[in-house]
Each structure stands twice: as structure tokens, then as C-alpha cells.
Design a binder for this molecule. Structure first.
Ligand SMILES: C[S@@+](CC[C@H](N)C(=O)[O-])C[C@H]1O[C@@H](n2cnc3c(N)ncnc32)[C@H](O)[C@@H]1O
Length: 335
């Protein structure tokens, strides 16, 4: 039986081109994570549209459909029968409204579809892949103004973050409170100054909400917790071993040369390792013009991670803009 996936067109034409291979690789990781065998047949034209076609021996289950609905570049899925395309009905709906991560626009924002893909890669490569539809926790240790955290919440995960820039955390807090209030999501907010040995280490914000009033009342809630602070002190803000997946986009700016980022990573990687559950996975995006993959892989290994170097994990590199060519490292936390 053949199925075909219609790719979501992306407004950035270079990223749009890149999603041809990224979607095929993301699909491979999702299918592997849930143990669904398939044969990839590649892109095929149907009239004026192009679908990524794959073959399975039996009709897919609702569980597999609901995993496929999470693919970051998927617009629609069709069952293919001869010349006919039958749209597959929806078996899953996002936890939050789809505009939660897209309303805020700012320089340095990570592309939402890309960060959604990183979350999927992390979840489906981890020992928790079978629980993909449970309220797992995604940690972004350099969370900026929160795109990855919002994407995590949108699929029903808990989200935790740390960001050095105080103003980012203040603006996030304002934005999320305003958004939840405007869209009538029941929620509760809290913030606390983090103090250790009489010294202040920034502020931690906690926002608890739920997709419906009924779930909120029944205690079936999700939390968004983010702190203004240094990522190398992540354990001051969040519990050790709390995250199933770590997803982050390393800093790119001129003040963050490869050497600066590498020095930071030497300190941060062991701390991030301590924040992950055993069997959890880190997915870290970097600029190949600043950082050398082999050096990064060695740094992850030295910090106790098992880096996934086999296909398709070795083929996520893609051009973003003149100064940025992006790739990811996917590494499992072993103990
Ligand atoms: C590429 S940006 C992440 C953007 C984020 N994903 C978003 O969409 O808003 C990298 C972030 O790392 C933060 N950063 C740099 N050094 C840090 C540190 N030592 N601790 C925490 N955050 C840090 C920067 O302030 C920047 O916001």
C-alpha cells in the first residue's frame, strides 16, 4: 500500500528546497522510532503536485498516522490508489493553537518548522519514542525568546528553558501571559528569584496551563518554565534528569565565534548531560562556518554522549543564509 506526503511550502525558498531531504530524513527517524517498517519510493508527481511516496505492507494504524501528523514539513497525507489520492483523515490535534510560536517576530529567532523538526528528531531517536504522545519534557538550554519552548507546548509537552539575556525572559513572560489570557486558556503564573549562598542567579518563571478548562481543573496541565541565567548553571533552575529531550540552536552572532561557542560548550555539555534522563537525546543546531563537526562530535563524546553518526543523522546540513550553513548533532545521553 502506498502513501504520499505533501510538503508544506516554506516562505524561505532555500529552506523550502532543503525540506525535500530534511522531511525524508525526519520521516525515517519517526518511523524507526515507532518501529514501523516502510520502503521509501522518493518524490513522485501527481498532476501539478509532488508527493514523497512510501510503501507499507499493511494499512497504517491510527497511532502511526498521529505520529506522521507531527512531521514538521507535512501539509497533508494521502493514501494512493492507482491515479487516485485519498486524503487521510486527522487522528491528532495540536495541544495549543497553531499561531502560538509564530506571532512573535524578532531577529535571531529560530525557524519554527526547523525547531519543530529538531523536537521530533529528539523524541523519536530517544528511548521515549514509544511515549511520543505522552506529556514528555523538552529542555532548551539557550532558549532565546522561546520558539522551541512554544513548539514543545504546542504538541503537548512540558517545556523548560534557560536564556542569558534577561530581557528575553521578561518579554517571553509578558507575551505568554498576554497570549493565554487573550485566547482564554486557564493558567497560573509564578516567578521567583534564584538565590544560592546569598548570591542572586536570575529569575525563574513558571507558567502552568492546559488545552481546555476541564483538563486544567482536573490537573492535566502542562508547564512552561524558563529562567534568565547562564546555561552552565542550568541545574540551579531545573531539576537534574528532568528532560526527555534537549533541543537548542547555538548562538551565531559575531560575538559568538566558533572559539567562543566551543569554550562555552566544553562547560555546558556535561551540565546539559546531567539535565537529561538516561536514554534522552540532545539535538543541537550549529553553524558549519563556525564549528567543525568532527571537533563537536569529539566534545559530545568526551561529555558522555553517544553521538548518532549513521544515516540519516549525517545528512541534515543545509544552507540558511550567506553567513549560516546549518547542521545538527544528535546525541543520546548514556550513563
Ligand atoms: C540562536 S539563539 C536561540 C534562539 C531561540 N531558539 C529563539 O528562537 O528565540 C542563541 C541564544 O543563546 C543565548 N546564549 C548565549 N550564551 C548563553 C549562555 N551562556 N547561557 C544561556 N544562553 C546563552 C543567546 O542569548 C541567544 O538568545
Amino acid at each position: 500500500m502506498d502513501y504520499g506526503i505533501l510538503r508544506l511550502p516554506h516562505q524561505n525558498s532555500r529552506y523550502d528546497e532543503a525540506t525535500e531531504k530534511l522531511m525524508a530524513h525526519e520521516l525515517a527517524i519517526v518511523m524507526n522510532g515507532i518501529g514501523q517498517a516502510y520502503i521509501a519510493k522518493g518524490y513522485q508527481s501527481f498532476g501539478s503536485i509532488e508527493l514523497f511516496v512510501f510503501n507499507v505492507s499493511e494499512a497504517l494504524s491510527e497511532r502511526v498516522f498521529s505520529a506522521l501528523e507531527r512531521l514538521s514539513s507535512r501539509l497533508a497525507l494521502f493514501e494512493i490508489s492507482g491515479d487516485w489520492l485519498k486524503p487521510v483523515e486527522s487522528y491528532w490535534s495540536p495541544y495549543m493553537r497553531s499561531d502560538f510560536a509564530s506571532i512573535l517576530k524578532y531577529s535571531g529567532k529560530t525557524n519554527e518548522a526547523f525547531t519543530g523538526m529538531m523536537i521530533n528528531i529528539g523524541i523519536f531517536s530517544s528511548d521515549f519514542a514509544g511515549d511520543f504522545n505522552m506529556p514528555l519534557t523538552v529542555f532548551d538550554p539557550m532558549s532565546g525568546r522561546g520558539t522551541t519552548l512554544y513548539k514543545a507546548l504546542m504538541v503537548g509537552y512540558h517545556a523548560t528553558g534557560v536564556e542569558l539575556n534577561k530581557q528575553d525572559a521578561v518579554e517571553m513572560n509578558q507575551y505568554v501571559k498576554r497570549y493565554l489570557k487573550y485566547h482564554h486558556y486557564k493558567h497560573e503564573t509564578l516567578h521567583q528569584t534564584i538565590v544560592k549562598d546569598g548570591k542572586q542567579y536570575g529569575t525563574k518563571y513558571t507558567i502552568t496551563t492546559a488545552d481546555t478548562k476541564e483538563h486544567y481543573k482536573a490537573g492535566e496541565q502542562r508547564s512552561l518554565q524558563f529562567a534568565s541565567g547562564d546555561t552552565v548553571m542550568s541545574n540551579l533552575y531545573h531539576k537534574k534528569r528532568h528532560a526527555h529531550v534537549l533541543v537548542t540552536d547555538l548562538p551565531y552572532g559575531v560575538q559568538h565565534s566558533g572559539k567562543v561557542v566551543m569554550t562555552l560548550l566544553q562547560k555546558a555539555l556535561p551540565v546539559w548531560h546531567a539535565m537529561l534522563k538516561t536514554g534522552g537525546v540532545a539535538v543541537v543546531a550549529y553553524n558549519t562556518y563556525h564549528l567543525d563537526r568532527a571537533v563537536l562530535v569529539d566534545a559530545f563524546k568526551a561529555a558522555g554522549y553517544n553521538v548518532m553518526t549513521e544515516a540519516p543523522y549525517d545528512d541534515f546540513e543545509h544552507w540558511v543564509e550567506q553567513a549560516v550553513n546549518r547542521d545538527i548533532i544528535v546525541a543520546k545521553c548514556e550513563r
